[in-house]
Design a protein around this ligand. Structure first.
Ligand SMILES: Nc1nc2c(ncn2[C@@H]2O[C@H](COP(=O)(O)OP(=O)(O)O)[C@@H](O)[C@H]2O)c(=O)[nH]1
Ligand SMILES: [Mg+2]
Length: 349
């Protein structure tokens, strides 16, 4: 592992890295298969890198990993900042370990983009879990990875599963585009809410609510215990207004206290119930394949867009037509038709 030190101490770290590391695909792959958390972190750092060679290398490592034999569960945890997600994951994670699971946590922190300190905050919040040898905790600042959080998290999930973690928890905040995408890479989604009159649901996108499979009213303790019960009734009534795509599933609303370790076993049972429903008749596999397909479709559209706009004729026509629209020389419908003709003429050549 002496070359690892070269990465940190070399004058040109990328040079020493490429020269030495590239030869060593098996170092990483064996490390993952052995469940080595240090090597797992190294690969995720490569994936996060702004350096394309490193990212390519990480992708080569991932595509060469053997299929995971053990069944795994991917749990998404969403909720507004401050609702108690990190605290909940710490408590839930330790509970899962006590039930014989190995737990990986991928926390996507939107605030850390502005303030790197909050990553430390999350690590401290999940300190017991982070230092447990049956767990792996990885906070990632959102916006820090090229290609988006969802694609990156998907790769991290595969890596964690290959490293033997059978419970992968993904923490996100229920605001913003990338978070809705993250909901589409997990098997079961938990939405954490605060005791109160449902105010926090207004800040959460409808897509997030529709993607939720289990509703959790956290902080059901102390002076808020009574209010939490009322909130539970409120959500139990409100849930019928939302469509859930798994036939026969009525989203449970569960009271928890992450601080006082209450209700976690009920959440665990609900997660297993939901996954059992999905697994019957291979619906879990089907769901994962559909997620992959959806992801592939979305990424293809993004790539198409990038390729199209890197074409000189497309950008020139687009600029000229935009100008025509500004000068009121054409209508948007006519301009769109012109764009279409431009695309088709390029495709034909
Ligand atoms: N009373 C109470 N406070 C909690 C509970 N869970 C979390 N908190 C507190 O809520 C605050 C935010 O928690 P955190 O886990 O960082 O929330 P996150 O932003 O959703 O990850 C912290 O001060 C926690 O101690 C709980 O079950 N009961
Ligand atoms: Mg948090």
């Amino acid at each position: 592992m002496s070359d690892l030190h070269n990465i940190k101490s070399g004058i040109n770290p990328d040079f020493s890295w490429t020269a030495k590391k590239m030869k060593d695909l098996t170092y990483y792959q064996h490390g993952i298969v052995d469940g080595d958390r240090f090597i797992l972190s190294e690969i995720i750092t490569l994936l996060e890198s702004q350096n394309e060679t490193k990212r390519d290398w990480a992708n080569r490592i991932i595509s060469g990993l053997p299929a995971v034999a053990k069944s795994t569960i991917r749990i998404g945890i969403t909720g507004s900042p401050g609702v108690g997600k990190s605290t909940f994951i710490e408590t839930m994670g330790l509970y899962l370990i006590s039930r014989g699971h190995k737990v990986a946590v991928l926390a996507i922190d939107p605030s850390s983009q502005l303030n790197k300190g909050s990553i430390l905050g999350d690590k401290t919040r999940m300190q017991m879990l982070a230092s447990h040898h049956e767990a792996y905790v990885r906070p990632t600042p959102s916006g820090s990875v090229l290609g988006g959080t969802a694609a990156f998290t998907k790769d991290c999930i595969h890596l964690c599963e290959a490293a033997g973690f059978d419970m992968v928890i993904v923490e996100t905040v229920g605001v913003g585009q990338s978070e809705t995408e993250v909901d589409n890479i997990t098997d079961v989604n938990l939405l954490l809410l605060q005791p109160g009159a449902g105010d926090d649901i207004q800040g959460i996108k409808r897509g997030i609510i529709e993607n939720a499979d289990i509703f959790i009213i956290n902080k059901a303790d102390g002076v808020q215990a009574e209010l939490a019960k009322q909130t539970k009734t409120f959500y139990q009534n409100a849930i019928h207004l939302f469509h859930h795509d798994t036939h026969g599933w009525i989203c449970p609303v569960i009271l928890t206290s992450a601080l006082e370790n209450k209700g976690i076993d009920t959440v665990y049972d609900a997660v297993l119930d939901y996954v059992n429903i999905l697994s019957s008749n291979g619906r879990l596999d089907e769901k994962r394949i559909l997620q992959e397909l959806k992801w592939f479709e979305r990424q293809t559209i993004i790539r198409l867009q990038q390729i199209a706009f890197s074409h000189k004729k497309v950008t020139a026509t687009f600029r000229a037509l935009s100008d025509d629209i500004i000068q009121q020389r054409t209508t948007t419908t006519t301009a769109l038709h012109e764009m279409e003709k431009t695309f088709l003429s390029i495709l034909k050549n």
